[in-house]
Structures are given as structure tokens and as C-alpha cells.
Design a protein around this ligand. Structure first.
Ligand SMILES: [Zn+2]
Length: 85
């Protein structure tokens, strides 16, 4: 996880809850806080510093994560950590 925390609680929590195959990059350039990148396919979602509705923006992030679950990869990861908690 990148350093830097989003000032909106809902957004910060949505970012924190992302699975390991997402990276959060805080660029902090104006109204664009940064982005979330799916390391499996390289798709990105922009994160805004001051979203009109933090709750909706958190949902955007959750939806992006749901769209990029990449279950095949997940299964592989689970096999790799076999026996781990
Ligand atoms: Zn993806």
C-alpha cells in the first residue's frame, strides 16, 4: 500500500480493503488524489481528492475491485500459500 491516506473516511476504508493485487498510488495532483491499479490487467481507476459523494466514490472503488477479482489468479495465489493462514 502506498503511503498517504485519503482524507475522506469512506474512500480511505475502501482503499484499505482492496485485495493484494491492487496497488494504490497517491499522486496528489490537484483534485486527483491518485489512482488504483489492478496489477493483473493494468486497468486503473482515478481517485478524486474531494468526491461529490465520498460514499458513492467508495462504491466506485468497490465496483472496480469486483470487476477485477480475476478469480483464476486468486485461485493460483491460494495454492501458492497452501497451509498459510
Ligand atoms: Zn484487472
Amino acid at each position: 500500500m502506498a503511503a498517504g491516506r485519503h482524507s475522506k473516511k469512506e474512500v480511505a476504508e475502501a482503499l484499505r480493503g482492496l485485495p493484494d493485487h491492487f496497488i494504490v498510488v497517491a499522486t496528489d495532483a490537484g483534485h486527483r488524489w491518485g489512482y488504483v491499479e489492478c496489477t493483473v490487467c493494468g486497468d486503473r481507476l482515478s481517485i478524486w481528492s474531494t468526491p461529490r459523494s465520498p460514499g458513492n466514490h467508495a462504491k466506485d472503488i468497490a465496483r472496480f475491485a469486483a470487476r477485477h477479482e480475476h478469480p483464476e489468479r486468486k485461485k493460483k495465489t491460494e495454492q501458492e500459500k497452501e497451509g498459510g493462514s
